[in-house]
Ligand binder design. Structure first.
Ligand SMILES: CC(C)[C@@](O)(CC(=O)O)C(=O)O
Length: 205
């Protein structure tokens, strides 16, 4: 069983969580790709005085260290900011289970080594019920066989886009995948130099 990930589930029982709720606009001024974890769900996580809001689920003691986010429909809607998956990943989430995802957010996650799993609403409802009935729920993701295992429920099969599955199993992003073609690219450029020396001169000018 090729375990892609094993982790604690945190249930965020909300529909239509948009990227501004995931990482509010005032945190987009940084030119770095790091440090967004502290601002994840900022408006929900902190009170006006800057203290953690004990009523927000990610501040519950039993969900500290969670690496799997369970949520509802249309997660990641709104703006296209890649800061949203960066904040989720840096906070510690590697897997998101939801009824559905906004397209741009879904693809941004796939490029940031995060697995988004869309599941039928009945399955999502059942998973929230399991989280309600248990202090903590841990799952294992067998990406190769596309199965979610847990001591608390029967294995769940899930679909995953083949290119995302390959990228997550290989650990490569788009650039890494392209670099695997370096030998072929070098051979093509060498051949180009032979066939069109004038272009080679221009190309290297
Ligand atoms: C460019 C970026 C800051 C953006 O304007 C992009 C977008 O709106 O899709 C955003 O608010 O996330």
């Amino acid at each position: 069983m090729s375990i892609y990930h094993h982790g604690l589930v945190a249930p965020l029982d909300k529909n239509n969580v948009d990227t501004d709720q995931i990482i509010p606009k005032q945190f987009l001024t940084s030119t770095s790709r790091d440090g967004f974890d502290a601002a994840l769900f900022y408006d929900w996580r902190y009170l006006d005085n800057g203290q953690p809001d004990p009523a927000f689920v990610l501040n519950f003691p039993q969900y500290q260290g969670a690496s799997v986010l369970l949520t509802r429909d249309n997660f990641g809607c709104g703006s296209s900011r890649e800061h949203a998956p960066w904040a989720l990943k840096q906070y510690g989430f590697n897997v998101i289970l939801a009824e559905s995802f906004a397209d741009i957010f879904f693809n941004n996650c796939g490029n940031n080594q995060m697995l988004c799993v869309a599941l039928p609403v009945a399955t999502i409802d059942a998973l929230f019920a399991v989280c309600e009935a248990n202090e903590q729920v841990h799952i294992e993701i067998d990406l190769e066989n596309q199965l979610i295992h847990s001591p608390d429920f029967e294995a769940i099969h899930f679909d995953v886009r083949p290119d995302i599955k390959a990228r997550l199993l290989s650990g490569l992003d788009f650039i890494g995948e392209t670099e695997q073609l370096n030998a072929a690219i070098d051979a093509y450029e060498a051949n180009l130099a032979k066939e069109r020396p004038w272009q080679e001169a221009w190309y290297l000018a």
